[in-house]
Ligand binder design. Sequence first.
Ligand SMILES: [Zn+2]
Length: 140
Amino acid sequence: MLNVDKIKDGIVIDHITPGCGYRIFQELELAKLSYNVALLLNVSSQSSGTKDLIKIANVRNLDMTRLGLIDPNLTINIIENEKIKEKLKLAIPEKVLGIMTCKNPRCISNNSDIGKIEFTLMDKDKKLYKCEYCDALTSY
Ligand SMILES: [Zn+2]
């Protein structure tokens, strides 16, 4: 096991499905942070095989909607004074504003500038969302 410093304050994203860690790192633009960020891939997990793990110092807020879209099975640990202050379980978001774009090339949202579109979860297992303007299903 690699030795990575414990963080005093910040967030640990735990139980990330292997393979999703790097995607989270990229899509939440964690490389742009000026704080300590550790991305650990394929760490052995007590409960199930391997997992990815991300530690971010000094940060309290993350885009939970985007995290839920990428990997609804992960856990967020809020760290304060080296102790876990709060554990948050994520879930796949029921509504998503922005973030995604409609996959239907004829949808009005792809042909005029109408701002952020709202998507509603239709199929939880396949992570399919319905566009508010047309009936097309889109996944993230
Ligand atoms: Zn659409």
